[in-house]
Write a protein that binds this ligand. Structure first.
Ligand SMILES: Cc1ncc(COP(=O)(O)O)c(C=O)c1O
Length: 330
């Protein structure tokens, strides 16, 4: 399968907001969208998106992971950007209709159909820097994606940056393009300078997250991760792993922790990134102040693998979904 995010289904779902109301959503062939060059999004970055997956089960049907929770997160993002907030039923319905329409394109696990609802401000007004976009477009793209790790590395190396933040505090938990733009420069610099895969942003020593994933520490009986606040994205994978971890008997320790504590703990704790794209991605080493610090023995840990399997067994339909996390389509 081609590189993650570069292959698309041939239709999208789309709805527009104007004069205070959403249009009825339609499924259309995928094609370039004509846009006014003055559209608010081009100038003032009024955009937010979501990312989650539908899985094909042996029953041949599509099963969308935590659809309603992702819709709620998108509504929160839209509200923080003062964009028109899509009704939950409207957006969830667009996703379900598109997945049903493209059912034939959902690959077998561990591959999946990645879904990317996107909301943009389309008001043609380059004088609206301090005014919201009262017109908007909402569309859902679908992209068949393979196993993130196929042919990939077993563990990741992270630069621990104790100065720079990934983004601003008021947009930290908003899934908006500007946050990724802000993280891009530091991440590319770190890759070039230190040969790392990602930056772990820890402004003022507060361990937050990487450019596109949450960060967890795991031992045989405990999971440590930052508690929810406005500084980082509230990942659905993080929430799901914490729920499953609790059920498996791990103590869930949602607490703030410092770089000093982190460097101390990685001699015994497993470290992992968590996110929709790769589920859990084990971290093998940290780079701090020019020095490389291994995470345990540098190899992927058993607890990370155990928790990843617990989540994927639900997603792939191997075990029963007792949490009501999956929406069946088709
Ligand atoms: C900045 C950031 N943090 C965390 C996550 C993980 O979120 P989720 O588990 O909902 O995919 C993502 C994933 O898209 C992200 O972009």
């Amino acid at each position: 399968m081609s590189q993650f995010g570069t292959e698309f289904c041939d239709h999208i779902a789309i709805a527009r907001f104007a004069d205070g109301a959403w249009s009825a959503p339609v499924i259309e062939p995928l094609r370039p969208l004509p846009m006014h060059p003055a559209a608010h999004v081009f100038h003032y970055a009024s955009t937010c998106f979501e990312g989650f997956k539908a899985y094909r089960w042996k029953d041949g049907r599509g099963h969308i992971f935590r659809l309603r929770d992702h819709v709620a997160r998108m509504q929160k993002s839209a509200a923080s950007l003062r964009l028109p907030i899509p009704d939950a039923d409207l957006l969830a319905g667009m996703v379900e209709d598109l997945v049903a329409h493209q059912r034939k394109d959902i690959p077998e696990p561990p591959s999946s159909l990645y879904l990317r609802p996107t909301l943009i401000g389309t008001l043609p007004n380059i004088g609206a820097a301090a005014a919201p976009s009262t017109e908007a477009m909402l569309f859902v793209l679908a992209s068949p994606v393979g196993d993130y790790f196929a042919g990939g590395k077993a563990t990741l190396k992270l630069l621990v940056d104790d100065k720079r933040a990934r983004t601003t505090e008021q947009l930290g938990s908003t899934k908006t393009g500007g946050n990724y733009a802000a993280a891009l420069g530091p991440t590319l610099e770190a890759k070039a300078e230190f040969g790392v895969d990602q930056v772990l942003f820890c402004p003022g020593g507060d361990v937050q997250e990487t450019g596109a994933a949450n960060f967890l520490l795991i031992s045989d009986d405990e999971i440590i991760t930052k508690p929810l606040d406005t500084s980082f994205l509230h990942g659905m994978t993080r929430a799901s792993i914490l729920t499953l971890g609790r059920e498996l008997g791990y103590t869930i320790n949602e607490r703030n922790f410092t770089v000093t504590e982190l460097l101390d703990w990685v001699s015994t704790y497993e470290a992992t990134l968590s996110g929709t794209a790769a589920c859990l991605s084990p971290v093998g080493a940290l780079v701090y102040n020019g020095k490389e610090i291994p995470v345990r023995d540098g190899a992927p840990g058993p607890n990370t693998a155990r928790l990843q399997k617990a989540l994927q067994d639900i997603q792939f339909g191997v075990v029963e979904d007792t949490h009501g996390w999956l929406t069946t389509v088709g």
